[in-house]
Write a protein that binds this ligand. Structure first.
Ligand code: IPM
Ligand code: MG
Length: 357
């Protein structure tokens, strides 16, 4: 029997609950498809700050690098909000992505037919549904640029800088074109080339790489327009490629039109590891420990892991199908339950998904 070593980064807030749900689903699907998993937890974020004074301990980085793949919950919370930037929980998330070389973040946002009524857009706008793959650059740009404080023209001043190298743009563009090639061969590159120098380089290089992919249609869109187009006509998008910050923002927007941010999984990939899988949402401190969070984004992240890291297509599809079933049967967690619908707890939703595997 195959056995995969999975590092667990439960993190903060709802992180532990949702990761434990995904672990239960992986164990159940593993039994069915004869796949073994060995799970090893490592500290990250606020939990790591509390236990050892730093958000990303060395043992965590080493453990993740030695794992076959990593599953992450979420980091951060009000308890650690007033710490300096370089010791905040969020720094650990950026740090582990960089340490593992995860420059690609795939964030699929699709409308489940069963959740059409939960979509905040008018029904005629989503009559054809939508199925978008956001390819977010993950280890460059302004989140990783030089930053600091200085005396400026008006006194005290803070600054953050955005830099993108040719190499970074070329490699993420190739991932995006390859992704588009496997889907509907339509790529939208989102930037702010009317203002930013980094965006002008981005645009130029995306067009150079396009020459290698004549079968893929590529177009450019300015990010402000893209934010509008996502709610005006989301079905026009297939694959989107964009920078770290624009991808962070647009993926939250895209998640909300699927009904809930609690639905969106993601895969963070690099060249030399099998990646890190995490929901796109945060640690939701307001509902932490209450057994209320929607575990589906993390469970679907585990399904992405089976597919991308281990090529376990059947097992991955079984999870996706089980999630489809619970949604089609009208089962909802609190983020999606409206009116008379009873909200299932995190563990109840997990039980229902496990039952349908
Ligand atoms: C995300 C989050 C993170 C990011 C934060 C917590 C650092 O918002 O995964 O989208 O910006 O990447
Ligand atoms: Mg985000």
């Amino acid at each position: 029997m195959k056995n995969y070593k999975i590092g667990l980064l439960r993190g903060d807030g709802i992180g532990p609950e949702i990761v434990d749900s995904a672990v239960r689903v992986l164990e159940a699907v593993g039994k069915k498809y004869n796949i073994g998993f060995t799970f090893t937890p490592y500290l990250i974020g606020g939990a790591a700050i509390d236990a050892c004074g730093e958000p990303l301990p060395k043992e965590t980085v080493e453990g993740c690098l030695a794992s076959d793949s990593v599953l992450l919950g979420a980091v951060g919370g009000p308890k650690w909000d007033n710490l300096a930037g370089n010791v905040r929980p969020e720094k650990a998330l950026l740090g582990i992505r960089a340490a593992m070389g995860l420059f690609t973040n795939l964030r699929p946002a699709k409308l489940y037919p069963a959740l059409k009524d939960e979509c905040p857009l008018r029904s005629d706008i989503v009559a054809n549904g939508f199925d978008i793959m956001i390819v977010r650059e993950l280890t460059g740009g302004i989140y990783f640029g030089e930053r600091g404080y200085r005396e400026g023209k008006y006194g005290e001043e803070a600054y953050d800088t955005e830099a993108y190298s040719r190499m970074e743009i070329e490699r993420i563009a190739r991932v995006a074109f390859e992704t588009a090639r496997k889907r509907n061969k339509k790529l939208t590159s989102i930037d702010k080339a009317n203002v930013l120098e980094t965006s002008r380089l981005w645009r130029k290089i995306v067009h150079e790489i396009a020459a290698e992919y004549p079968d893929v249609t590529v177009s450019d869109m300015l990010v402000d327009n893209a934010a509008m187009q996502l709610v005006r006509n989301p079905s026009q998008f297939d694959v989107i490629v964009t920078s770290n910050m624009f991808g962070d923002i647009l993926s939250d927007e895209a998640s909300q039109i699927t009904g809930s941010i609690g639905m969106l999984p993601s895969a963070s990939l690099g060249e030399s590891t099998r990646g890190l899988y995490e929901p796109i949402h945060g640690s939701a401190p307001d509902i932490a420990g209450l057994n209320k969070a929607n575990p589906i984004a993390t469970i679907l992240s585990a399904a992405m892991m089976l597919l991308y890291a281990f090529d376990e297509k059947e097992a991955s599809e079984a999870i996706v199908a089980a999630v489809d079933k619970v949604l089609n049967e009208g089962l909802r967690t609190a983020d999606l339950a409206r009116g008379e619908t009873k909200a299932l707890s995190t563990s109840e939703m997990t039980d229902e998904i496990v039952k349908r595997l």
